[in-house]
Design a protein around this ligand. Structure first.
Ligand code: PRP
Ligand code: URA
Length: 214
């Protein structure tokens, strides 16, 4: 069963997610395996983060007769990927919601200061009318996610959810303080951040493990 550690934080602890996450954490897992697993987990997380979307009935005609059938209400969703590693989750999300709009937010954290450095931002228009789901596998200090959401809010987004794979308790605290209106969905909350800002036990550097850039 999923559980809420705080009112706004859902840990999606489906056995398939937990099993796949364990393989991802293993330092012996290959780059190809890591990428495939992240995409598979994204499918399962996408299912949860969209579970309560509102439906509306539309008339259609089946080969047998007319009927009123449910469809997702409102404008297309926006998936906002924090580059680079967010793209690993994004691909899996788009497998399930191929018509979603996509925002790309280029942010990396300075390795010394752990402060976010922004280098790219491109988002669809009408953010104020859409649900925006921000994706990034790692919520460590939360500096990157907080900056990304600041930017989306500046551009009008007002219904936002944040989806990650792993979070540090320190990051969850900072994030919920900075953006109490943004629910977090994560597969796990780990033990702590180390003095270099890495999640422990974690899985290492997600971008490097996805793209082989160490
Ligand atoms: C990683 C990760 C998050 C960020 C999390 O990206 O994908 O964006 O770190 O850390 P924070 O919560 O302390 O900000 P990174 O900065 O390594 O950039 P990359 O994806 O380009 O490698
Ligand atoms: N970013 C990562 O990729 N891994 C961590 O553990 C922390 C930040």
């Amino acid at each position: 069963m999923n559980h809420k550690v705080l009112p706004n934080v859902t840990v999606v602890d489906h056995p398939l997610i937990q099993h796949k996450l364990t393989i991802m954490r293993d330092k012996e897992t290959s780059i190809a395996g890591f990428r495939r697993l992240l995409r598979e987990i994204a499918h399962l997380l996408c299912y949860e983060v969209t579970r309560d979307l509102e439906l509306e009935m539309i008339p259609i005609e089946t080969p047998m007769q007319q009927m009123e059938a449910p469809t997702i209400k409102g404008k297309k969703l926006v998936f906002a990927s924090i580059l680079r590693a967010g793209n690993g989750l994004l691909e899996g999300m788009l497998d399930l919601v191929p018509a979603a709009r996509v925002a790309h937010i280029g942010i990396y954290r300075d390795h010394e200061t752990l402060q976010p450095v922004e280098y790219y931002f491109k988002a669809p228009s009408n953010l104020e009318d859409r649900l925006v789901i921000v994706v990034d596998p790692m919520l460590a200090t939360a500096n990157s996610a907080t900056a990304a959401i600041d930017k989306l809010k500046e551009r009008g987004a007002n219904k936002i959810r944040f989806l990650c794979l792993l979070a540090a308790p320190e990051g969850v605290e900072r994030f919920t303080h900075a953006h109490p209106d943004v629910p977090i969905f994560t597969a796990a909350i780990d033990d702590h951040l180390n003095d270099k800002g890495y999640i422990v036990p974690g899985l290492g550097d997600a971008g490097d493990r996805m793209y082989g850039t160490k």
